[in-house]
Ligand binder design. Structure first.
Ligand code: 4NP
Length: 162
C-alpha cells in the first residue's frame, strides 16, 4: 500500500511547493520513495503553470533540495479520491478545501484533512504564515522542515512500517 500526500496553500508557489519538495526529500532520505508520494496544489488560480516563487527556490537550493519541474496547479475534485493526506498550510485553505468538498457533493472523502500546524501543536500558531506577503521564507522553511518530520512519523505509524 502506498500513501499519497497533498499539500494545499493559496497560490501553490510559496508554502505548499516548499512542503512538497521538503517532504519528498525526507521521504527519499528515509528510503520510502516507493511507499509515499507527494504533491501540492493551490486554491487560487493566479499562478497556474508557474514554478515555485524565487524565495521558495532559494531556500530549497540552500538546502540542496530539488524543485525541478514543479508547476503550480489548482486543487481538483479528483484529488479527494487520489490522496490519503490533504494537509492545508493555513486555516483559510482548510475552509476553502472543505467548501470544495461540499460543492462537489462529497460527504465522505477517504482523505485525512488537517492543517499543517496541527503537526506542530507546541508552536501555538494556527497557520504557516504566508511569505508571499511578509517575505519570511526562512521561517516557513523551518516550520515546514519540522512539520514534515512529524508527518513522516505519523504516516509511518499509520502504515505500520516502523
Ligand atoms: P502561497 O502564497 O499560498 O504560499 O503560494 C501566495 C502566493 C500568491 C498569492 C498569494 C499567496 N497571490 O495572491 O498571488
Amino acid at each position: 500500500m502506498k500513501a499519497h500526500i497533498l499539500f494545499v496553500c493559496l497560490g501553490n508557489i510559496c508554502r505548499s511547493p516548499m512542503a512538497e519538495a521538503v517532504m519528498r526529500h525526507q521521504v527519499e532520505q528515509a528510503h520510502l520513495a516507493d511507499r509515499i508520494e507527494v504533491d501540492s496544489a493551490g486554491t487560487g488560480d493566479w499562478h497556474l503553470g508557474h514554478p515555485p516563487h524565487e524565495g521558495t527556490r532559494k531556500l530549497l537550493d540552500q538546502h540542496q533540495i530539488s524543485h525541478q519541474g514543479m508547476k503550480a496547479r489548482l486543487v481538483a475534485e479528483s484529488d479527494f479520491e487520489s490522496f490519503d493526506y490533504i494537509v492545508c498550510l493555513d486555516t483559510k485553505n482548510l475552509r476553502d478545501v472543505r467548501e470544495l468538498l461540499e460543492k462537489a457533493g462529497i460527504e465522505e472523502s477517504g482523505a485525512k484533512l488537517f492543517t499543517f500546524m496541527e503537526l506542530l501543536p507546541d508552536r501555538g500558531i494556527a497557520d504557516v504564515p504566508d511569505p508571499y506577503y511578509d517575505g519570511n521564507f526562512p521561517f516557513v522553511f523551518e516550520l515546514v522542515d519540522s512539520g514534515c518530520k512529524e508527518l513522516l512519523k505519523r504516516i509511518q505509524a499509520d502504515m505500520k512500517f516502523v
